[in-house]
Ligand binder design. Structure first.
Ligand SMILES: Nc1ncnc2c1ncn2[C@@H]1O[C@H](COP(=O)(O)O)[C@@H](OP(=O)(O)O)[C@H]1O
Ligand SMILES: [Mg+2]
Ligand SMILES: [Mg+2]
Ligand SMILES: [Mg+2]
Length: 373
């Protein structure tokens, strides 16, 4: 990449990333995610009702979702290369007259971040709209596409729980890079019944905030979110030797994933622990760091179309940490079909290979039991 000067975003010394072909792109991605996370943290501290609206699908979106998308687009554009991006948000509601106050607030937030990076820069509301709309790419099999969820788990963000800034890079249909900024995630172990919701009460602590990143073929790594110079730590999923000790992670929101079906699959597999419910791709980060034997399951409603930005970054991080991420029949997720994971069947299962296989078998068993009963 022909680079404009960029501050250090990750410390790749003593890691295999030194040799990695997309190392420069990974550095830009980590920098972009750190900047966007900073914006989100500032907004979460002062979130008011005027700063969120309902989208047509009734999911919430805040000034931070838009602001983080603009900041990531801006930071990636600093590489000097043209940016094709598949991202969740668009400017449709901001360019209407009633959207103007929100657009101005977003512009101020984005300038707050950008000016710290590049003193003297001032983006106009039109510039911000253009940056947000860089996310309108249709993705696909050919070429390079960045894949962004500026805030995954917006409900968690609004509810002062977990959320993550998620950026992936697709090259010719394969996710080559993934970066997850998890501003509310404790750096130390999560207890089995934490749910991550306790994080805000500890948000003054310096041990909150994690960055996970992966480069296909070169491993998955962790660093503290606010310490770009900290050495990266390689992470691995924890193999499950005793299935009864494993714990299922699933959505906090009941309508995002069928908790009853997940409970039946867990029971069939011999999992005894109660599930850990958390918002966002933070779950993929926790799985990759392997602090406890955990798995992730997601069973969305049959009519729901899963989007690539909800999984791309977490997918490559878990795979590079030694885990498997598939649909419910065991097929690897395919990010090359455009903005949606349209070939995915039934839902998503992620975990260490041995327990992943057991879960796929149990899903088939539970399905056949329910269809014959
Ligand atoms: N009815 C539904 N079923 C499944 N997923 C849904 C859903 N409605 C929204 N989602 C997705 O679930 C994501 C959050 O995942 P999780 O449940 O793991 O926190 C949301 O991301 P956003 O918060 O970025 O919109 C959204 O894309
Ligand atoms: Mg959303
Ligand atoms: Mg999302
Ligand atoms: Mg989102």
């Amino acid at each position: 990449m022909a680079a404009h000067a960029m501050k250090t975003s990750i410390n790749t010394s003593s890691t295999e990333l030194i040799q990695a072909p997309y190392r420069s792109e990974l550095e830009y991605a980590c920098h972009a995610v750190r900047l966007a996370s900073k914006l989100c943290q500032a907004v979460q501290k002062q979130l008011s009702d005027a700063e969120k609206e309902e989208k047509q699908d009734e999911s919430p979106v805040t000034v931070a979702d838009y602001g983080a998308q603009a900041v990531v687009a801006w930071a990636l554009s600093q590489s000097g290369q043209s940016v094709s991006m598949v991202a969740e948000e668009d400017s449709a509601s901001l360019i209407r007259p009633e959207g103007r106050p929100m657009l101005e607030r977003i512009t101020a937030l984005v300038n707050g971040v950008v000016q710290q990076e590049m003193p003297g820069t001032s983006l106009s509301p039109d510039d911000v709209v253009k940056l947000i709309d860089l996310g309108g790419s249709s993705g696909g099999q050919a070429g390079r596409h960045w894949v962004l969820d500026p805030i995954d788990g917006t409900r968690g963000f609004v509810g002062m729980r977990q959320y993550s800034v998620c950026l992936g890079m697709l090259q010719d249909g394969e996710v080559q890079l993934g970066v997850l900024g998890c501003p509310n995630l404790p750096q130390g172990p999560i207890s089995d019944n934490d749910g991550g919701s306790g994080a805000m009460s500890r948000s003054q602590d310096s041990d909150i905030g994690c960055l996970y990143l992966a480069h296909k073929g070169f491993g998955a790594y962790y660093a503290p979110l606010s310490e770009p110079a900290a050495p990266l730590t390689r992470v691995f999923v924890q193999d499950v030797t005793e299935i009864s000790q494993a714990q299922v992670m699933e959505s906090y929101e009941t309508h995002h994933s069928d908790h009853c079906f997940a409970a039946a699959v867990a029971k069939e597999t011999g999992v005894l622990k109660a599930p850990l419910r958390m918002d966002s791709q933070v779950k993929y980060g926790i799985l990759s760091r392997g602090e406890a034997p955990r798995v992730f399951m997601r069973f969305p409603p049959a009519t729901y179309r899963e989007k690539i930005w909800d999984h791309a970054a977490g997918f490559v991080i878990v795979e590079e940490a030694g885990g498997k991420v598939t649909d419910t029949v065991g097929d690897r997720l395919d990010f090359s079909c455009g903005r949606y994971l349209d070939t995915m069947k039934g839902g998503i299962v992620a975990g260490p290979p041995n327990v992943h296989a057991a879960l796929i078998n149990s899903i088939a068993t539970v399905k056949s039991k329910t269809s014959t009963s």
